[in-house]
Design a protein around this ligand. Structure first.
Ligand code: NAP
Ligand code: ZN
Length: 348
C-alpha cells in the first residue's frame, strides 16, 4: 500500500514529506487509516538521535488513532470501521514469561517499537504514525471506547499509559500523595490520572507559570522546585513521585521529598543522570526506579478508565506542516499540553 508521511532524513534536517509503502496484510494484521497522532518528546529525541542509533529516514509517531480499513483473514479483535489506536509497540515474541504476563514492554526477545524498530518477520525498519496509514498485528491494536473523543485520545497511547502504569504499579488510590515533576505532555496526564484515581496531587515545576493550569488539571498543590524553603517544607511528604523531566538532571532536590519507603519513578530522562548521594535513600529506605510505557492489556484498561472518568488530554491541534515548529516549541516547554497532528492536513 502506497502512503505518505513526514520523515527526518538525518539528525539535523527538518522533517519533510516522505512517500513509502506499508506492507501487504498478513493474516493477523489490521490496516488503519490514521486520523490523529500525538507529538511526544520522544519523537524529538529520536529524530535528533539524542539516544543514538536512530535509523533514517525516521517517521516518528507512537500516539496513533484512526479507523480500520482492512483486516487479515485471521483477525478477530477488530473489524472494518472500528475506532482503534496504536501506541509505542507493534509486536513482541508472544510466548516469553513477560508477554504471557501481558507485559509486552519487557518481552525477553525485545519488543518491536512502532518506529525505529525492526519488523520481526521481514526485518524492515518500522515507521510510525506521522503518516496516513499503518499496518499492525491485531494484538497491538487497541479499541477506543465510544465515550472518548477520538480527536483528543491520541496522547493517551504514550503519555497516558506511561504515567498510568506506575500509578497502578505503586497502587495509587484515595489517600495516596503523588508528586509530578515537570508539567508537560506526560506530566499533565500524570496529574489527571492520579487525580482520577483519587490521589492528592502536587505539581513540582521549575517556575510558578503553570500553577493555575495545574489546579485546572486537578492538582491540589503546587511546588516550585527552585524555592528552597517550599521544598524543605515538603520533605517526606510523598508516597510516589513521577519524574517526567526530559533531560539529564539532579535528583538530589527531589529524593528527600519522599516519605519513608516511598518511590521516585523516572519516566522522563532516558540515559545518564547527575551523580547523586545515597544518603536520603539509605536514611529513609526511599527508592529510585524507572518505568517504560505499559503492557497492551494495561493500555486498554487505561483507555477504558479514561472513558469512564471522562479524562482526556489537553490538546493543541496542528497541521503536519507545522511539525518542525511544534518540535521547537516543545523543546522550550511551550506546549499546553500535547500537540496532536490532524492527519487530514497530510495530502499526497
Ligand atoms: P514535554 O511535553 O516536553 O514535558 C517535559 C516537561 O519537563 C516540561 O514541560 C517541563 O515542565 C519540564 N522540563 C523541560 N525541560 C526541562 C529542563 N531542562 N529541566 C527541568 N525540567 C524540564 O515532554 P514529554 O512528552 O512529557 O516527555 C518527557 C520525557 O519522557 C521525554 O524525555 C520522553 O522521551 C520521555 N518518555 C518516556 C517514556 C517512557 O516509556 N518512560 C514514554 C514517553 C516519553 P515544567 O515547565 O513544569 O518544569
Ligand atoms: Zn512517547
Amino acid at each position: 500500500m502506497k502512503t505518505i508521511g513526514y520523515a527526518a532524513s538525518d539528525a539535523h534536517t527538518p522533517l519533510a514529506p516522505f512517500h513509502f509503502d506499508r506492507r501487504d496484510l498478513r493474516a493477523d494484521d489490521v490496516a488503519i487509516e490514521i486520523l490523529y497522532c500525538g507529538v511526544c518528546h520522544s519523537d524529538l529525541h529520536q529524530t535528533r538521535s539524542d539516544w543514538e542509533g536512530t535509523l533514517y529516514p525516521c517517521v516518528p509517531g507512537h500516539e496513533i488513532v484512526g479507523r480500520v480499513t482492512e483486516v487479515g483473514s485471521d483477525v478477530t479483535r477488530h473489524k472494518i470501521g472500528d475506532r482503534v489506536a496504536v501506541g509505542c509497540m507493534v509486536d513482541s515474541c508472544g510466548h516469553c514469561d513477560q508477554c504471557l504476563k501481558h507485559e509486552e514492554q519487557f518481552c525477553r526477545e525485545g519488543v518491536t517499537y512502532t518506529y525505529n524498530g525492526h519488523d520481526r518477520i521481514d526485518g524492515s525498519v518500522t515507521l510510525g504514525g506521522y503518516s496516513k496509514h499503518v499496518v499492525v498485528q491485531q494484538h497491538f491494536v487497541l479499541s477506543i471506547p465510544d465515550a472518548l473523543d477520538i480527536a483528543k485520545a491520541a496522547p493517551l497511547l504514550c503519555a497516558g499509559i506511561t504515567t498510568y502504569s506506575p500509578l497502578r504499579t505503586w497502587n495509587v488510590g484515595p489517600g495516596s500523595r503523588v508528586g509530578v515533576i515537570g508539567l508537560g505532555g506526560l506530566g499533565h496526564m500524570a496529574v489527571k490520572l492520579a487525580a482520577g484515581l483519587g490521589a492528592e496531587v502536587t505539581v513540582i515545576s521549575r517556575t510558578d507559570a503553570k500553577s493555575a493550569d495545574a489546579a485546572a488539571l486537578g492538582a491540589d498543590h503546587y511546588l516550585v522546585s527552585g524555592d528552597a524553603d517550599a521544598m524543605a517544607s515538603a520533605a517526606s511528604s510523598f508516597d510516589l513521585i513521577i519524574d517526567t523531566v526530559p533531560v539529564r538532571h539532579d535528583l538530589m532536590p527531589y529524593v528527600p521529598l519522599l516519605d519513608i519507603d516511598a518511590t521516585l519513578v523516572i519516566v522522563g530522562q532516558v540515559g545518564a543522570m547527575d551523580e547523586f548521594s545515597t544518603i536520603p535513600m539509605l536514611m529513609g529506605r526511599r527508592r529510585v526506579t524507572g518505568s517504560p510505557i505499559g503492557g497492551i492489556a494495561e493500555t486498554q484498561e487505561m483507555l477504558d478508565f479514561c472513558a469512564k472518568k471522562d479524562i482526556l488530554p489537553d490538546c493543541e491541534m496542528i497541521a503536519i506542516q507545522d511539525i518542525n515548529q511544534a518540535f521547537e516549541r516543545m523543546e522550550r516547554a511551550d506546549v499546553r499540553y500535547r500537540f496532536v497532528i490532524d492527519m487530514a492536513s497530510l495530502t499526497a
